[in-house]
Write a protein that binds this ligand. Structure first.
Ligand SMILES: [Zn+2]
Length: 505
């Protein structure tokens, strides 16, 4: 899988214990390196470097032992030993206290977006995976590409955040995607189909991504789609010579493809062969935190690992985790893992948080369509249309909008949620609102029944202890295995349909 490869590559690069790679500070007219030092496993910037780049002055208060950093209009105060900063009159938390070495001070990376940005009154976006700090209104779209073999075509999809004006042109042997931006922040996978797409790379001009076609490439089509929350999607379909058409026939003129891959391999109803278990949060994103410091991301990963073992040994289904370790995974990427693996079920694990310290109990969610409007409702009602198929002819296939893949599974997701809720109730405390619908982003793109389980409230001291305990975790796992079994068995029972009614769905 290209995504997997890219993740592995990123992990192996990040895991080198020697001097950490510097960040690059990007403004419209300059790229400046910003070195990083490691103190007890915590990456830090030198305050002197920040002062030079952002025109700060600092003054140490020897009596109070603190440090005051001044921008033109605001001040930031740091106190040794405290993982806090006061910036522009507000207290912000930092992942670690500042470190003093000789005469130099060092601050955690998050100091930049959390304390420095408000004090400067400008945007300072810290992008860890690409080790960038984007300053002000510099346009640095984040581009994630994936390459999927879809029968006669090979689809290259670029997700672009924020949506950015671009053109797609063929130049010589290559297809170029040119962006109207200041810098590109691109993650490009290794191609799984090198005879159609040899490689993707950032072109000579830094604002271009080049698709290098392989020997079997014949023609291409590109189309654009709007994503959620200001994201854009560019789909480039590369067509190889058709294998099922007579050899002399040139590649057919193909219509602009819909933004979602056609779903041709729908497993028989009832089959539960592959389950994707999503350990919520991870990496930089800790999720909720308990009063004793237990992190949601650690609880979700621990339960996900146990659940994988239990499902694989007891149900004989394949389980894929959206993350295997403490790593950052985007919300859309999580659903993509499930879609790319043609999973039959998607289960996202979380722990809940509330400002009311006493809130307790598990909650099960499935998607509500309300926020996704009329288009989603149409998808849910199963409207499909006939589309020309590559290679000629037409065939009825369901065209679904990738963004709303979940819409058509809402009913099954509700059934799964009901089974999960009933099984959890046998083993763990339930919230008064045990089953709910909500517009969770992670569920929207999942093209299979999908639920999100809030296992308990980590902000409740008693539940925090439970969530971290082996007994409670295996209770959750047992309940989930029971409910998946029940859901599977109920689906595989043929529905009794009077003959001649032509029921199909
Ligand atoms: Zn969560």
């Amino acid at each position: 899988m290209p995504i997997g490869l890219a993740v592995l590559l990123a992990l192996s690069l990040a895991a080198q214990p020697s001097a950490p790679a510097p960040f690059t500070v990007l403004t419209k007219d300059a790229r400046r390196p910003l070195p990083v030092r490691l103190f007890s496993g915590q990456e830090m910037f030198a305050l002197d470097d920040l002062a030079r780049l952002f025109e700060l002055t600092s003054r140490e208060d020897t009596l109070a032992g603190g440090l005051t950093i001044s921008t033109k209009t605001q001040t930031i105060t740091l106190t040794p030993g405290q993982a806090l900063a006061s910036a522009a009159g507000r207290v912000v938390s930092l992942p670690a206290p500042p470190v003093k070495e000789g005469r130099s001070w060092f601050v955690p990376l998050d100091f930049v977006p959390r304390a420095l940005a408000p004090a400067l009154g400008t945007r300072l976006e810290l992008r860890r995976p690409s080790r960038l700090i984007v300053v002000g209104d510099t346009r640095v779209p984040r581009i994630t590409a994936r390459i999927e073999p879809l029968g006669a075509i090979t689809r290259v999809t670029f997700d672009v955040l924020p949506a950015t004006p671009h053109t797609v042109v063929q130049e010589g042997t290559r297809i170029l995607v040119r962006f109207d931006a200041d810098v590109l922040d691109a993650t490009l996978p290794v191609s799984p189909v090198p005879d159609v797409v040899k490689a993707l790379h950032v072109g000579e001009s830094p604002l271009t991504i080049a698709i290098e076609p392989g020997p079997r490439f014949a023609s291409f089509k590109s189309s654009d789609a709007a994503g959620e929350r200001g994201a854009g999607r560019i789909v480039v379909d590369l067509v190889g010579p058709t294998t099922d058409a007579p050899a002399a026939t040139p590649a057919p003129a193909v219509p602009a493809a819909p933004e979602a891959p056609p779903l041709l391999d729908i497993p028989p109803a009832g089959a539960v062969r592959t389950i994707v278990v999503d350990a919520g949060h991870g990496g930089d994103e800790h999720g909720a935190r308990g009063p004793q410091g237990t992190l949601e991301k650690d609880v979700t990963l621990a339960v996900a690992r146990r659940l994988k073992t239990a499902i694989e040994s007891r149900l004989g289904a394949r389980v894929i985790l959206t993350r295997e370790a403490d790593q950052t995974v985007g919300l859309d990427e999580r659903a993509a893992v499930a879609n790319n693996n043609k999973a039959d079920l998607f289960i996202s694990l979380h722990a809940n948080a509330s400002v009311r310290g006493l809130a307790a109990g598990a909650e099960v969610f499935y998607l509500s369509l309300g926020d996704y409007g009329a288009q989603a409702q149409r998808v849910a009602q199963g409207e499909s249309e006939a589309l020309p198929v590559f290679g000629g002819g037409t065939r009825d296939i369901d065209v679904i909008l990738w963004e709303m893949a979940q819409a058509r599974h809402i009913e099954q997701s509700a059934a799964l949620a009901t089974a999960v809720e009933a099984s959890l109730r046998q083993r763990v405390p339930m919230s008064p609102r045990a089953i709910q619908q909500a517009p969770f982003r992670v569920l929207v793109g999942a093209n299979m029944p999908a639920v999100l389980v809030e296992m308990g409230f980590i902000t409740n001291a008693e539940q925090e202890r439970q969530l971290a305990s082996e007994g409670f975790q295996s209770g959750i796992v047992q309940a989930l295995v029971d409910s998946i079994t029940q859901f599977r068995d109920s689906r595989s029972t043929p529905r009794s349909v009077p003959p001649g009614t032509g029921a199909r769905d």
